[in-house]
Design a protein around this ligand. Structure first.
Ligand code: ADP
Ligand code: ZN
Length: 211
Protein backbone atom coordinates (compact mmCIF):
# COMPACT_ATOMS: atom_id res chain seq x y z
CA UNK A 1 0.00 0.00 0.00
CA UNK A 2 1.20 3.50 -0.66
CA UNK A 3 -0.12 6.88 0.51
CA UNK A 4 0.60 10.02 -1.45
CA UNK A 5 -0.61 13.14 0.30
CA UNK A 6 -0.46 16.87 -0.28
CA UNK A 7 -0.77 19.34 2.61
CA UNK A 8 -2.47 22.58 1.69
CA UNK A 9 -3.18 25.70 3.70
CA UNK A 10 -1.75 29.16 4.34
CA UNK A 11 1.70 29.61 5.89
CA UNK A 12 1.36 28.94 9.60
CA UNK A 13 -1.67 26.66 9.24
CA UNK A 14 0.19 23.70 10.72
CA UNK A 15 1.28 21.83 7.61
CA UNK A 16 4.73 21.16 9.04
CA UNK A 17 3.39 19.99 12.39
CA UNK A 18 0.66 17.77 10.95
CA UNK A 19 3.05 16.50 8.28
CA UNK A 20 5.50 15.34 10.93
CA UNK A 21 2.76 13.41 12.77
CA UNK A 22 1.44 11.84 9.56
CA UNK A 23 4.98 10.93 8.54
CA UNK A 24 5.46 9.01 11.79
CA UNK A 25 2.00 7.45 11.61
CA UNK A 26 2.38 6.08 8.07
CA UNK A 27 6.16 5.60 8.09
CA UNK A 28 6.60 7.68 4.95
CA UNK A 29 8.77 10.77 4.40
CA UNK A 30 7.53 14.32 4.83
CA UNK A 31 8.86 16.38 1.96
CA UNK A 32 8.96 20.06 2.87
CA UNK A 33 10.10 22.08 -0.11
CA UNK A 34 10.70 25.09 2.17
CA UNK A 35 13.04 22.99 4.35
CA UNK A 36 14.81 21.64 1.27
CA UNK A 37 15.37 25.16 -0.07
CA UNK A 38 16.53 26.52 3.30
CA UNK A 39 18.95 23.60 3.58
CA UNK A 40 20.32 24.36 0.13
CA UNK A 41 20.86 27.97 1.24
CA UNK A 42 22.63 26.88 4.47
CA UNK A 43 24.88 24.50 2.54
CA UNK A 44 25.78 27.16 0.00
CA UNK A 45 24.59 24.86 -2.79
CA UNK A 46 24.01 26.20 -6.31
CA UNK A 47 20.24 25.89 -5.81
CA UNK A 48 20.53 27.82 -2.53
CA UNK A 49 22.33 30.73 -4.16
CA UNK A 50 19.66 30.88 -6.79
CA UNK A 51 16.71 30.96 -4.39
CA UNK A 52 18.05 32.80 -1.31
CA UNK A 53 16.61 36.22 -2.19
CA UNK A 54 13.23 34.81 -3.16
CA UNK A 55 12.97 33.02 0.19
CA UNK A 56 13.86 36.11 2.20
CA UNK A 57 11.27 38.15 0.32
CA UNK A 58 8.59 35.48 0.46
CA UNK A 59 8.42 35.21 -3.32
CA UNK A 60 7.71 32.00 -5.17
CA UNK A 61 10.62 30.09 -6.64
CA UNK A 62 9.98 29.48 -10.37
CA UNK A 63 7.81 26.44 -11.17
CA UNK A 64 10.40 24.68 -13.33
CA UNK A 65 12.96 24.80 -10.51
CA UNK A 66 10.48 23.42 -7.96
CA UNK A 67 9.15 20.73 -10.27
CA UNK A 68 12.61 19.34 -10.92
CA UNK A 69 13.50 19.42 -7.20
CA UNK A 70 10.33 17.51 -6.29
CA UNK A 71 10.47 15.12 -9.24
CA UNK A 72 13.96 14.05 -8.17
CA UNK A 73 12.95 13.78 -4.50
CA UNK A 74 9.85 11.60 -4.99
CA UNK A 75 11.76 9.22 -7.27
CA UNK A 76 14.06 8.21 -4.40
CA UNK A 77 13.85 4.81 -2.77
CA UNK A 78 12.34 6.07 0.52
CA UNK A 79 9.24 7.28 -1.34
CA UNK A 80 8.28 3.82 -2.62
CA UNK A 81 5.50 3.51 0.02
CA UNK A 82 4.34 7.08 -0.49
CA UNK A 83 5.13 10.54 0.86
CA UNK A 84 3.67 13.72 2.27
CA UNK A 85 4.22 16.88 0.27
CA UNK A 86 4.41 20.00 2.42
CA UNK A 87 4.73 23.26 0.47
CA UNK A 88 4.35 21.75 -2.99
CA UNK A 89 2.41 22.19 -5.23
CA UNK A 90 1.96 25.93 -4.66
CA UNK A 91 0.65 26.92 -8.10
CA UNK A 92 -1.79 25.26 -10.48
CA UNK A 93 1.05 24.68 -12.93
CA UNK A 94 3.00 22.83 -10.24
CA UNK A 95 -0.10 20.72 -9.50
CA UNK A 96 -0.49 19.81 -13.17
CA UNK A 97 3.20 18.94 -13.39
CA UNK A 98 2.82 16.70 -10.34
CA UNK A 99 -0.06 14.79 -11.91
CA UNK A 100 2.15 14.24 -15.00
CA UNK A 101 5.09 13.03 -12.94
CA UNK A 102 3.11 10.61 -10.75
CA UNK A 103 1.26 7.79 -12.42
CA UNK A 104 -2.23 7.84 -10.84
CA UNK A 105 -1.57 11.19 -9.18
CA UNK A 106 -1.83 11.83 -5.46
CA UNK A 107 -4.38 10.15 -3.17
CA UNK A 108 -5.66 13.09 -1.16
CA UNK A 109 -5.17 16.73 -0.28
CA UNK A 110 -5.29 17.69 3.39
CA UNK A 111 -6.55 21.27 3.49
CA UNK A 112 -6.09 23.08 6.82
CA UNK A 113 -8.35 26.09 7.45
CA UNK A 114 -6.92 28.78 9.73
CA UNK A 115 -8.16 32.39 9.72
CA UNK A 116 -5.80 35.13 8.61
CA UNK A 117 -5.46 36.84 12.04
CA UNK A 118 -4.57 33.54 13.69
CA UNK A 119 -1.95 32.77 11.04
CA UNK A 120 -0.32 36.20 11.44
CA UNK A 121 -0.18 35.77 15.23
CA UNK A 122 1.27 32.26 14.92
CA UNK A 123 4.02 33.23 12.47
CA UNK A 124 5.05 36.32 14.44
CA UNK A 125 5.52 34.16 17.54
CA UNK A 126 7.08 31.19 15.82
CA UNK A 127 10.58 29.80 16.32
CA UNK A 128 12.07 27.13 14.08
CA UNK A 129 14.76 24.56 14.94
CA UNK A 130 17.88 25.00 12.84
CA UNK A 131 18.65 21.30 13.06
CA UNK A 132 15.33 19.42 12.68
CA UNK A 133 12.98 22.20 11.42
CA UNK A 134 10.38 21.59 14.12
CA UNK A 135 8.46 24.75 15.05
CA UNK A 136 7.58 26.13 18.47
CA UNK A 137 5.95 29.12 20.05
CA UNK A 138 8.29 31.81 21.46
CA UNK A 139 6.98 31.12 24.94
CA UNK A 140 8.72 27.74 24.92
CA UNK A 141 12.43 27.20 25.66
CA UNK A 142 15.32 28.50 23.55
CA UNK A 143 16.52 25.01 22.65
CA UNK A 144 14.56 22.51 20.54
CA UNK A 145 12.64 20.11 22.84
CA UNK A 146 12.87 17.47 20.07
CA UNK A 147 16.59 17.43 19.21
CA UNK A 148 18.29 20.07 21.39
CA UNK A 149 19.12 22.23 18.37
CA UNK A 150 19.08 26.03 18.24
CA UNK A 151 15.75 27.79 17.77
CA UNK A 152 15.65 30.90 15.57
CA UNK A 153 13.09 33.17 13.92
CA UNK A 154 12.97 32.65 10.16
CA UNK A 155 13.63 35.95 8.40
CA UNK A 156 10.50 35.43 6.32
CA UNK A 157 8.44 35.16 9.53
CA UNK A 158 8.87 38.91 10.13
CA UNK A 159 5.52 40.67 9.98
CA UNK A 160 6.14 42.63 6.75
CA UNK A 161 7.12 39.47 4.85
CA UNK A 162 4.29 37.47 6.39
CA UNK A 163 1.72 39.83 4.86
CA UNK A 164 3.36 39.36 1.48
CA UNK A 165 3.47 35.55 1.82
CA UNK A 166 -0.25 35.58 2.64
CA UNK A 167 -0.95 37.62 -0.47
CA UNK A 168 1.09 35.23 -2.59
CA UNK A 169 -0.80 32.35 -0.97
CA UNK A 170 -4.23 33.85 -1.71
CA UNK A 171 -3.30 34.67 -5.28
CA UNK A 172 -1.36 31.59 -6.38
CA UNK A 173 -1.96 28.73 -3.96
CA UNK A 174 -5.55 29.07 -2.69
CA UNK A 175 -6.92 28.39 -6.21
CA UNK A 176 -5.42 24.90 -5.92
CA UNK A 177 -8.26 23.95 -3.60
CA UNK A 178 -10.68 24.40 -6.49
CA UNK A 179 -8.41 22.49 -8.82
CA UNK A 180 -8.23 19.50 -6.47
CA UNK A 181 -11.96 19.71 -5.71
CA UNK A 182 -12.69 19.05 -9.37
CA UNK A 183 -10.53 15.92 -8.97
CA UNK A 184 -12.52 15.09 -5.80
CA UNK A 185 -9.36 14.83 -3.70
CA UNK A 186 -9.85 17.46 -1.02
CA UNK A 187 -10.24 16.64 2.70
CA UNK A 188 -10.95 19.80 4.74
CA UNK A 189 -10.14 20.44 8.39
CA UNK A 190 -10.41 23.18 10.97
CA UNK A 191 -6.73 23.80 11.78
CA UNK A 192 -7.35 25.93 14.87
CA UNK A 193 -7.92 23.11 17.39
CA UNK A 194 -5.25 21.35 19.49
CA UNK A 195 -2.56 19.65 17.38
CA UNK A 196 -3.45 16.11 18.50
CA UNK A 197 -7.14 16.67 17.84
CA UNK A 198 -6.52 17.94 14.30
CA UNK A 199 -4.21 14.96 13.73
CA UNK A 200 -6.86 12.44 14.79
CA UNK A 201 -9.39 13.99 12.42
CA UNK A 202 -6.92 13.95 9.55
CA UNK A 203 -5.85 10.36 10.15
CA UNK A 204 -9.39 9.03 10.27
CA UNK A 205 -10.39 10.93 7.11
CA UNK A 206 -7.37 9.57 5.25
CA UNK A 207 -8.10 6.05 6.48
CA UNK A 208 -11.53 6.26 4.83
CA UNK A 209 -9.99 7.43 1.54
CA UNK A 210 -7.24 4.85 1.21
CA UNK A 211 -9.26 1.92 2.62
P1 ADP B 1 5.41 28.52 4.63
O1 ADP B 1 4.51 27.39 4.26
O2 ADP B 1 5.52 28.72 6.09
O3 ADP B 1 5.13 29.79 3.87
P2 ADP B 1 7.67 27.14 3.41
O4 ADP B 1 8.75 26.71 4.31
O5 ADP B 1 6.77 26.13 2.84
O6 ADP B 1 6.90 28.27 4.20
O7 ADP B 1 8.31 27.95 2.17
C1 ADP B 1 9.20 29.02 2.36
C2 ADP B 1 9.56 29.69 1.03
O8 ADP B 1 10.16 28.72 0.15
C3 ADP B 1 8.39 30.25 0.24
O9 ADP B 1 8.00 31.53 0.66
C4 ADP B 1 8.97 30.25 -1.18
O10 ADP B 1 9.87 31.31 -1.36
C5 ADP B 1 9.78 28.95 -1.21
N1 ADP B 1 9.01 27.78 -1.70
C6 ADP B 1 8.77 26.63 -1.01
N2 ADP B 1 8.04 25.76 -1.73
C7 ADP B 1 7.80 26.37 -2.92
C8 ADP B 1 7.08 26.00 -4.10
N3 ADP B 1 6.45 24.81 -4.20
N4 ADP B 1 7.03 26.89 -5.13
C9 ADP B 1 7.64 28.08 -5.06
N5 ADP B 1 8.33 28.50 -3.97
C10 ADP B 1 8.42 27.66 -2.91
ZN1 ZN C 1 15.17 20.26 16.58
Amino acid sequence: MSVKLVLLGPPGSGKGTQGALLSKFYGIPQISTGDMLRQAVDEGAELGKRVQDMLTRGQLVPDEVMVSVVEERVSREDCAQGFILDGFPRTTDQARALERVLPGGIDAVVFLHVPREEVIARLAGRLTCRKCSAVFSKRDSSLCPVCGGDLYQRDDDLRSTVEHRLKVYEEHTAPLVGYYRTLDKVLEFDGTGPVEEVARGVESAIARVIA
